[in-house]
Write a protein of this length. Structure first.
Length: 251
């Protein structure tokens, strides 16, 4: 078993005003003061990044954004660049979330551009992949993941100074209360790690953290974290309440 530090990340999606965000993280900081040996991260909406970053300064909780654009600046109304995220205190950025693929036209190609731009700016991407229910039912899970991973990471240069986190989020498990069975999660995580090894070599593949996402709750986290290739979780709904997120962090 490799020495990978678990990462528990909360994706708030389109939830919480600025005052609500501040209140939530203040409580979370207090609840998690004793945490050791687990990395923690919160990804609030863009509007709350600066305020949340201010609360998280000098704490053990890292700040992430939920998306970014690949260009550095210019006439791209509504978009946010990697440097802007850095200036809010972000160390991480979620890229390729299934909701962006489903509702906002994200493709493996746009994901690839965003991953390159994030790494170039010194952000650690949390690169999301995952199959839909119909893809799983028609035995396409592995071919879909192959394509998402291989096209997503094409041309990336990764090393200890330019790390990447992968999040496997089966689309059918997101917000549905259906979690992947432990054997399903382990099977995919081990597969993703072996695929990653083919592209980037064994030593990097052993170091990379692969998070599971999709209806992670306080009552299923410990089973998931017991799986050899699950290195953490990307939590949606259960990260909105500091008490439940804290329970997940204390798996
Ligand atoms: P839920 O935990 O609400 O299922 O969301 C998972 C997710 O999409 C995290 O990015």
């Amino acid at each position: 078993m490799e020495n990978r530090i678990p990462l528990i990340a909360g994706n708030w999606k389109m939830n919480k005003t600025v005052p609500e965000s501040i209140e939530t993280v203040k409580t979370l900081v207090k609840l998690t003061a004793d945490v050791q040996g687990v990395d923690m991260l919160i990804a609030p909406p863009f509007t709350s990044l600066w305020a949340v970053g201010d609360v998280l300064k000098h704490t053990k909780i890292a700040l992430g954004a939920q998306d970014m654009f690949w260009e550095s600046h210019g006439a791209f109304t509504g978009q946010v660049s990697a440097d802007m995220l850095r200036s809010c205190g972000c160390s991480h950025v979620i890229i390729g979330h299934s909701e962006r693929r489903q509702f906002f036209g994200e493709t493996n190609q746009t994901v690839n551009k965003k991953l390159k731009a994030a790494l170039a700016a010194g952000l650690i991407p949390i690169f999301c992949i995952g199959e839909t229910e119909i893809e799983r039912e028609t035995q396409k899970t592995f071919s879909v993941l192959d394509k998402q991973l291989i096209q997503g990471v094409e041309g990336l240069i990764l090393d200890d100074h330019h790390p990447l986190v992968i999040a496997y989020e089966p689309v059918w498990a997101i917000g549905t209360g259906k979690t992947a069975l432990p054997e399903q999660a382990q099977e995919v995580h081990a597969y993703v790690r072996s695929l990653f090894a083919k592209v980037f070599g064994n030593s990097l593949a052993k170091k990379i953290r692969i998070l599971y996402g999709g209806s992670v709750k306080p009552d299923n986290i410990s089973e998931l974290m017991g799986l050899p290739d699950v290195d953490g979780a990307l939590v949606g709904g259960a990260s909105l309440e500091p008490e439940s997120f804290n329970k997940i962090i204390h798996f």
